[in-house]
Design a protein around this ligand. Structure first.
Ligand SMILES: *Cc1c(COP(=O)(O)O)cnc(C)c1O
Length: 396
């Protein structure tokens, strides 16, 4: 079918999109309406942790859809219980509430912290968040986010989210008052440009929040589920947060996210939290299939190996083309371009023939890489060779 035959204007306009309709995906590859193939380093925005349409997700969806799709959130179902048990057994958390998106999980974290503040901190409600952070697109999570301009687009904001600077503990301490109930951050700022919080900063934050009896919330929507080479990124710094949110990779491509907390924080009472689709068995069955793959012997070690391989290759590319190096954790990495050529590279990569490469530029001077966690060394080599060619073209 020709692109012009698709009635794309039936969709609400929210972002410029290329004149392509994707029709199939398998592993690291996507196919468009013309049959052209693309090596995909976006993977649905770090969502497809096992690549496009992996067998285990197909199987889980088919098997569960034949058994039970949704009994209502007012009843227990077996997949939700099993997935919650797997998450608590493999983290420092004791309780899980499933949601349908990362923003909804973060909304839940904000509500849980405010509730805890009402019960234990005489109504303290402020949550310190960070410049350039990203927590979602609901009103409260937009207010929590530190994206420039987001404070005015849908004014008035939800109040109570003072902003500190990442990796600057004094900037956090300066904002703490008797109104403060929590500090919330991404262990690696993803949308902000792959900026890791240092191990020392995470440890200092944990000590500071303990000292002031306030909660530490980690938004691991992008960094969780093996992305950094650990199951959860907080494990990189050896600390234990009070609340964690998960999204993206937890569903391997289907809409699943989660809010987790330790037992002593779990203070919701009936009426405080809920949702029609939350924890439905069709989707939590997929979550079980995904986490079992991540926990299989050697899987996380292979993520670390792939991460070292990609990091080295990006550094070599940077040296060859006089760029500004690379950074990241695990398979969430960024190449620092040293000039604002990100947009050009993304477009030229997509237009390459006979196969394209899909890249992401969260900032004009940066490319972000979020491949499937089971990406092969050959698929890394192929992307690096394509990027090498693109950089050579663009520099001419
Ligand atoms: C993507 C993302 C979100 C929002 O998740 P949605 O599922 O898009 O609502 C929140 N926090 C972080 C760190 C993210 O990367």
């Amino acid at each position: 079918m020709e692109f012009s035959q698709y009635n794309v204007n039936a969709l609400m306009y929210i972002t410029p999109r290329p004149d392509l309709v994707f029709t199939e995906g398998s592993g690291m590859w996507l196919t468009d309406h013309n049959g052209k193939r693309y090596l995909d380093y976006l993977q649905g925005w770090a969502v497809n942790c096992l690549g496009h349409s992996p067998q285990c997700i197909q199987d889980a969806l088919v098997a569960q859809s034949k058994k039970l799709i949704n009994p209502s959130p007012a009843f227990y179902n077996a997949p939700a219980i099993e997935l919650a048990s797997l998450l608590t057994a493999n983290s420092c958390f004791d309780r899980v509430f499933f949601t349908n998106s990362g923003a909804e999980a973060n909304e839940g974290a904000i509500k849980l912290a405010r509730k805890w503040g009402q019960l234990h901190k005489t109504g303290a409600f402020e949550i310190i968040t960070f410049d350039h952070s990203f927590h979602g697109r609901t009103l409260a999570t937009m207010s929590a986010s530190g994206k420039p301009g987001w404070d005015t687009i849908f004014a008035p904001q939800v109040t109570g989210f003072p902003k500190a600077h990442l990796n600057d503990i004094a900037s956090v301490e300066n904002l703490i008052s008797d109104k403060t109930v929590a500090v919330m951050l991404e262990p690696v700022q993803g949308e902000g440009g792959v900026l890791p919080a240092s191990r020392e900063f995470m440890q200092a934050l944990r000590a500071l929040t303990k000292k002031h009896n306030i909660l530490l919330i980690v938004d691991e929507v992008q960094t969780g589920m093996g992305r950094t080479g650990e199951l959860f990124a907080y494990q990189l710094s050896g600390i234990e947060p009070d609340i964690m949110t998960l999204g993206k990779g937890i569903g391997g491509g289907v809409p699943l996210a989660a809010l987790l907390c330790r037992e002593e924080i779990a203070c919701f009472v009936p009426g405080d939290q809920g949702g029609t689709y939350n924890g439905n068995p069709l989707i939590t069955a997929v979550g079980i299939a995904v986490i079992k793959e991540l926990l299989a012997d050697g899987f996380l070690a292979s993520v670390q190996e792939k991460s070292d391989y990609l990091s080295k290759a990006l550094n070599q590319l940077s040296e060859k083309h006089g760029l500004a190096g690379e950074r990241g954790e695990g398979l969430l990495r960024a190449l620092k371009l040293g000039s604002d050529i990100g947009g050009k590279l993304v477009e030229a990569g997509r237009n390459m023939e006979p196969v394209g490469v899909l890249l992401n530029s969260p900032r004009p001077d940066l490319l972000r890489f979020m491949p499937a966690l089971n990406v092969s060394a050959a698929e890394i080599d192929q992307m690096i060779a394509m990027l090498d060619e693109l950089l050579t073209q663009i520099k001419k």
